[in-house]
Structure formats: structure tokens, C-alpha cells
Ligand binder design. Sequence first.
Ligand code: GLV
Ligand code: MN
Ligand code: MN
Length: 430
Amino acid sequence: MRARLEAGQQEIVAAARRVMLRCDELARVTASETGIERVYLSPEHARANRLAAEWMRELGMSTRQDAAGNLVGRLDAADPEAPALMIGSHLDTVLDAGRYDGMLGVLAALEVVRLLREPAGDAHRSPFRFAIEVVAFWDEEGTRFGKALLGSSAAAGTWDDRWWALQDAEGVSVRQAFLEFGLDPARIAEAARRPEQLVGYLEAHIEQGPELHRRGESLAVVSSIASARRFQLVVEGEARHAGGTPYDMRRDALLGASEAALAVERLCRAEHHIIGTVGQLEAFPGAMNVVPGEARFSLDLRGELDGHRDEVWSALSLELDAIMGRRGLRWRADEVHNAAAVGCAPLLQDVVREGIATTLAPGADAPATLFSPAGHDGMSIGAITDIGMLFLRNPDGISHHPDEDVSTEDVAHGLRALAESVLHLAAERG
Ligand code: GLV
Ligand code: MN
Ligand code: MN
């Protein structure tokens, strides 16, 4: 087994260029003519898996699509029963997405395999006592059904049967979508991995905020991932004539929802590391000359700590009672996603830190350690194995937007750091 990465800088830069080109190639696998849109259990899901599976096989990996539609490539160790280090991220996107959120982590994992693998006859194998798996999860974003982390939850064995009934905007349920995609809902448990099959999970991801950009640094160790709850809220008032209804008779649901959105901002801004976003808002019946009788809106609420996030939700609920009470409205909330905060394992934080250190000039400050307010598949996978994450600088920090960016140079640093992290982990495990 190697103690240090043998690949030269040229090889790493070539690998980084390949990552960038493949991000462009995946960006062309889209349901939208004007941007990137690749959601769970769609024809684009199948196309992206086929493409990524070809790239895995090119590296001598065996491939399979699991019972939830996640793609797994594996490079066995000398002992084919050995547990695996999973490295990866997700291939699904938000609407009108950027080309790096998720995809970068899957493609970086493939290049790390290329840099580390050892030829063994015609095939290739892991140079470690553990196997290496590259995993491309699906539905980290929750774009189609509202509930995020569906694929990685299935892999963690925490699938909840209530999710079968969730529906997309066209009224297609998760169960129906599985069948249309060619997956058998009755076999969902087969996607579950057992802790003894795994050594850990590593993920490289662009930072989805400006911290690294502000610090002028390429890479960071991630300490933990924020807890998240998502709600669909409905406000009920009364639809009436826009001209004929005096203000004292109006029960305008849209104004109630708007005041609620402002309350979300006010309450969250007053707290440390609590962030709330109203990203969807619709008025019904939706006519210019009718006072809105109903409004529906979403709430995405995140916090560093579950308890603190839940306290803010309780305070918000009281505030919504007061707002709606004043306006003669009723409100209700359906919770569609609830994920606890997950800490990155101290050992994996250490190996990622050591990996990043190999990219720094002698005497440079220790790499930054950042908390992730953005969600990641490690939130589910943390239930069955240790997780570790590496962030790459994203100029200006913009994400969930077509302008999302990362430089080839930072990707090269990221590849070296990730490959060195794996070598450090292997050395730690003896
Ligand atoms: C996924 O990127 C999320 O944080 O919502
Ligand atoms: Mn995302
Ligand atoms: Mn992501």
C-alpha cells in the first residue's frame, strides 16, 4: 500500500480538467431547454446513471443501480468481502441548477479512484484493505417530491413507508414514479447498507456560501451539517371581489402568508445559525380581481442544532397564530422533511485536514473548518457509518443557480486533498 500519492501535478491537473468537462457533459442531461433540471426517477436520472456507470466501468469498477435508483461503482480489495469506503455525492439537481452541486463530488470520487487504484492483471483493485465505492445518490435535493435525501435514506435503511404517498406537482406518487422508472417498491429494503459493510463515507462538495471566497482559501474541512425541516403551509381566508370588498371585510390569505414570510426572516435573523427561507408562494384562485382566498407557501428551516431549530419553529408557530388571528385567517402546516444535524466524525475530519494540508505551502495556516448550513447525503449516511466532508471554494458563494462555479485549480487541490485523505485513512486503519 502506498503511503503518499504518487501521481504528479500534471496527472492531477488532467484529472481536474476531466472533472470540469464531465460536469459540462452532465449539464447536457437535462429536462429543460433553458437550464439544468434533473430530478429523481426521471428519464434524465436514467441517462445520467448510464453515463456515470460507463465512467465507472472505464476505471475497472463493477456497477449496479440499487433498489432506490442510486448508482454504485465498486473496486474490490484483495478480499472481496472487505468493507468499503464510500466516496460520492448526488446527481439530482434543483430547478435551473448550477453544474457542480453534487456532480462535482461524484466526478471527484471517480478521479480519486483513478489516482489511487492499482492494476491487478486485466482488472483493477483497491490498493487498501478496504474496497472503494463511488456512489451517486439520487434526490439529495428533494426537488420532485419535497422530501429530500430519499436515495441516501434508502441506502441508510431509514426509508419511511409514508414517503410512498408523497406526490410531485403532477400528482404522481413516489410509488408510481418507482414503477414507471422500473424499480420495485417492494424491494426498497435491498438498498440498505449495513454498518459492517462500510468503513466510512467521504464527500467533496462546493461550498454553497462565501466563506472560503472571503478567506481567500481553496478548501475547508466540514465539521457538521445543519439540521433541516421543511413544511408546506396553507393559509385559508375568503375569496371575494377585489373592488367591492372593503378592507375591514377582507380575509386576504396572501397578505397573511406574506406577513408570515416576514416573520420567518425576523425570527431567524435574531438567532445564531438559524436560517429560514420561504421559496414558494402561491395565491388562489389566482386572479387579478379576486382577493386571495387561499395561499400556500413553503418553509425551509435549518439550524446548527436540532433543539434550537425546533425552538424557533415553536416561536414561529405562535407568531403565525397571532398574525392569522389578527387577519381572520386559519393556517396549517404539513411537515415534509425532517433531518437531524449530523457531525462529521473526528477521525474523518482529521484525515481530511491532513489531506488539505498536503495542498498548502509550508508554514501556511491550518485549513479552515466550516459548519455546513446546506444539506448533504451524509445527513442520512451518518446513521450507518462515519462521515467526512471537504468543501471547495465557490467564487462568490452562489449555488442553486446557473452561476455556480469552481475553478479547475481548486478542483486539482480538492482531488489531491481527497486522495491524500484516503491514504491517511488507510494508514490510520493499519
Ligand atoms: C441542498 O442543497 C439543500 O441544502 O437544500
Ligand atoms: Mn443542493
Ligand atoms: Mn448538494
